[in-house]
Ligand binder design. Structure first.
Ligand code: ADP
Ligand code: MG
Length: 196
């Protein structure tokens, strides 16, 4: 299957998923369990802000302030993802592609800029994932370009529903693999057993 064929297939799966808010709560619960156990309070965390049928992360700041040193979200600047620190969901508004992004007074504030090396954990969206950590996005390569710039120790976590998980998905040299993927059933695991 080509990347585009797989994108179409997953969009059909997701379109049929009427209970994704409820499933998202299960994914979040599994994520929180993992982070509570393994995330140091000094860690810098970045999360995508969910859009469409992505695993919901919009309310995620409700439970993160106690788990990490800061929470950053992506914003598109000059065609690239840039991390911006936020202090609450009120600081977001619809931006590029209608996705929630930090408001201008927030992203213009220099103290909100995050050095790429300060990101220890990043939550990544996607259309399809496999058990070895390969990820398929929407076809623009935003996250591939961004993830490549993070320090090697940054933990890259995909959030997905089970219907987005495949045994093997097409990937090429520009696709940055994830360290683990968490679904409503738990961790999607295979080769990364050495992780905490
Ligand atoms: P996605 O990751 O969103 O599923 P693809 O992997 O199909 O999308 O990549 C989309 C485009 O982005 C491809 O043309 C790919 O070559 C380009 N791309 C991906 N990573 C990089 C990179 N690090 N530098 C430049 N172009 C990249
Ligand atoms: Mg890619």
């Amino acid at each position: 299957m080509t990347k585009n064929e797989l994108r179409l297939l997953v969009k059909v799966h997701l379109g049929a998923l009427t209970d994704f808010p409820q499933r998202s709560i299960l994914v979040q619960r599994n994520l929180r369990q993992y982070l509570t156990a393994f995330l140091k309070p000094s860690a810098g965390l970045m999360t995508y802000i969910s859009f469409g049928s992505e695993v919901v992360t919009k309310n995620i700041e409700d439970f993160f302030p106690s788990l990490c040193r800061f929470l950053a979200v992506p914003m598109i600047q000059n065609g690239e993802i840039v991390p911006v620190r936020i202090e609450s969901g009120d600081e977001l508004e619809a931006g590029t592609f209608g996705i929630l992004e930090p408001k201008p007074p927030v992203y213009r504030d220099r103290s909100r800029q995050i050095a790429l090396d300060d990101i220890d954990v990043v939550l990544v969206p996607g259309l399809a994932f496999d058990r070895s950590g390969s990820r398929l996005g929407r076809g623009k390569g935003y996250y591939d370009r961004f993830l490549k710039k993070l320090k090697p120790s940054a933990l890259k976590i995909g959030l997905a529903f089970e219907c987005q998980i495949f045994d093997e998905i097409p990937a090429d040299g520009s696709d940055v693999p994830l360290d683990l993927v968490i679904t409503e059933r738990g961790r999607v695991d295979e080769s990364r057993a050495a992780l905490p």
